[in-house]
Design a binder for this molecule. Structure first.
Ligand SMILES: *Cc1c(COP(=O)(O)O)cnc(C)c1O
Length: 379
């Protein structure tokens, strides 16, 4: 089966009892044992639930993975992945990662005796230089938030493996439709399914997928013990989202490309960042390791906060909100939102200026999106 067919059918056989086409919401805590001494496939819904299993199997297949685990949020998934670490272990991470992941590394795992080294996202050699004998995980997020730097997955996978570490990738921004890091050497993937996978801004969720049985069993063990599972309704919604992932991503990317090209030519815009633009410094790498360039477009408005304020105010279609990956277009301002906890110096170091604006381009009619941006930029 190919991508869209798998998204619609895999793990979703008609219900054996009555032929229901759609996997039901198994809103049940426990499942009946047949007789003494037999263990049923499902016994207790923290350990496993049929609606969750359908979602996990489907998502795993889209990432070319053998195993999937769904979680109550992207952060719960990342935490469960990190549970393979022991005090004294070391992690090499690209420096441009989701803020919540950075906070989890620094405020939760560092005090527990895990060491972290951050390296320049785009410099492959920097990963090699940071490796130590106790490096257990190399962590990457590509494309990164919000400046869309890329990590060369194949090259960094070789470095990780040469050092006896596993390569873990946060694949939230690209989604498996545009990038499947396991096929390029990564060992394990984390997702915030809150974003493109669910796709409709109505459910928080996460997932870990892998083709490595040992890693799967370790993360599954932690999940069953720590219990950060999603409920059956959330799994059902996420599975429904998954069915249209391919068509949504195609439209997201077509709209994002048009928005990027429009912004690039606009006199009020200083710089437009999108991996699909030939001006993106890693456009060739993006073409090599991705099947499409995604939905996030970042640009720098000429001027500062004042100009950002007067740009955001007149927007009618783009909603001023955090997050990304839903069908509706969103605009966010890293300086005052996602990256507000950083000092101005830290922000400057990561390349986030006051005029930096991040768009999550939705799947509305492109003419409406361009008119909205044009009107806002005229203010
Ligand atoms: C949103 C996000 C997360 C965290 O996911 P939640 O579902 O909000 O817990 C992790 N990584 C990336 C890249 C994200 O965009």
């Amino acid at each position: 089966m190919r991508f869209s067919t798998k998204a619609i059918r895999l793990g979703q056989q008609p219900d054996p009892h009555n032929g229901s086409i759609v996997v039901p919401v198994y809103q049940s805590v426990n499942f009946k044992f047949q007789e003494v001494g037999t263990i049923p496939e499902f016994e207790y819904s923290r350990t496993g639930n049929p609606t969750r299993t359908a979602f996990e199997q489907c998502l795993a297949s889209l990432e070319e993975a053998d195993y999937g685990l769904a979680f109550g949020s992207g952060m719960a998934a990342i935490d469960a992945l990190l549970s393979i670490l022991r005090p004294g272990d070391h992690v090499v991470s690209s420096e441009h990662i989701y803020g919540g992941t950075f906070r989890l590394f620094e405020k939760v795992y560092r005090p527990r005796g895990i060491e972290f080294t951050y390296v320049e996202t785009t410099r492959t050699e920097a990963f090699a230089q940071a490796m130590r004998p106790n490096t257990k995980i190399v962590w990457i997020e590509t494309p990164a938030n919000p400046l869309l730097q890329l990590v060369d997955v194949r090259a960094v996978a070789e470095i990780a493996h040469a050092g006896g570490a596993v390569l873990a990738a946060d694949n939230t921004f690209a989604s498996p439709y545009f990038q499947r890091p396991l096929t390029q050497g990564a060992d394990i993937i984390a997702h915030s399914t809150t974003k493109f996978i669910s796709g409709h801004s109505d459910v928080i969720g996460g997932a870990v997928v892998t083709h490595n049985k040992e890693l799967y069993e370790a993360v599954k063990f932690y999940q069953n013990n720590a219990g950060a599972i999603p409920g059956p309704w959330d799994c059902w919604l996420s599975l429904r989202g998954l069915k249209t992932l391919a068509v949504r991503m195609r439209q997201h990317a077509a709209n994002a490309q048009a928005v990027a090209e429009f912004l690039q030519d606009h006199p009020q815009v200083e710089e437009t960042i999108y991996p699909g633009l030939p001006t993106h410094p890693q456009h060739d790498l993006a073409k090599r390791q991705m099947d499409g360039f995604g939905a996030v477009v970042t640009f720098r408005l000429k001027g500062g906060l004042e100009q950002v304020r007067s740009f955001v105010k007149p927007l009618q279609i783009f909603l001023f909100a955090e997050s990304l990956g839903g069908v509706e277009s969103l605009v966010s301002h890293p300086t005052t939102m996602s990256h507000a906890p950083l000092t101005p110096e830290e922000r400057a170091k990561s390349g986030i200026t006051d005029g930096t604006i991040r768009l999550s381009v939705g799947i509305e009619d492109i003419e409406d999106l361009l008119e909205d941006l044009d009107r806002a930029l005229a203010h």
